[in-house]
Design a protein around this ligand. Structure first.
Ligand SMILES: CC(C)(COP(=O)(O)OP(=O)(O)OC[C@H]1O[C@@H](n2cnc3c(N)ncnc32)[C@H](O)[C@@H]1OP(=O)(O)O)[C@@H](O)C(=O)NCCC(=O)NCCS
Length: 176
């Protein structure tokens, strides 16, 4: 990694969209989110009616990761999660996911879903480490590449919410 400082997590704001878009283009070249999509998500991330939680990870120099979760009733969805390539394997993906799962608990969601490209083994391992389980596929979900999505789910049974990072007994499923 190039930055000496351990990245700090904080709420994502509109002025983070430009640097986040730079990472987004690099890390999701085939299905890059637009500026408008991030604006739309952040529009639902504040106030008493908030249904979104978006965070960035930053060093003293730059933003090196971001993640977002949407809540709807009892169900939460991991909308996105990404870490700059030079920070992979440092545990930052796990920290971001733990933050989203805390948000799911705060939103009182009993289930967290996500979709993940079928060929994204690294991400799937991360999700499995947190107790997510594969529950199905979405054929051709990622276009134009026509790549299937693995759907994963984490079911949180306890009042204390999802565990952060342990391969636990908890019941689960997927998304990405
Ligand atoms: C998927 C992604 C978010 C993972 O981020 P990450 O920061 O590498 O995740 P972590 O470091 O927490 O965990 C990854 C691996 O590093 C290992 N790791 C964790 N902490 C570590 C540390 N301190 N030192 C060394 N390795 C460590 C973990 O054990 C994990 O290994 P595993 O795959 O065997 O479980 C990242 O690869 C990424 O942004 N990919 C591109 C975008 C993407 O695919 N997003 C997901 C869409 S579904």
């Amino acid at each position: 990694m190039t930055d000496a400082v351990t990245p700090r997590l904080r709420e994502m704001r509109w002025w983070d969209i430009d640097p986040v878009l730079e990472l987004e283009k690099e890390l999701f070249p085939e299905d890059t989110w637009s500026r408008g999509m991030f604006w739309s998500e952040l529009a639902h991330a504040r106030g008493p009616e908030a249904t979104r939680r978006y965070v960035v990870a930053e060093t003293d120099e730059r933003i090196v990761g971001y993640a977002g979760l949407a809540a709807s009733g009892d169900l939460a969805d991991v909308q996105t999660i990404a870490v700059a390539r030079d920070h992979w394997g440092t545990g930052l993906g796990g920290r971001l996911l733990a933050e989203l799962l805390s948000a799911a608990t705060a939103f009182e969601c009993g289930e967290v879903m996500l979709e993940c490209r079928i060929d994204n083994i690294r991400a799937q391992k991360l999700y499995e480490r947190f107790g997510f389980e594969a529950i199905g596929f979405r054929r051709g979900y990622y276009q134009p590449g026509n790549v299937d999505a693995l759907v994963m789910r984490l079911t949180t049974q306890s009042d204390s919410g999802p565990a952060a990072g342990s391969t636990s007994e908890r019941e689960t499923e997927i998304h990405g």
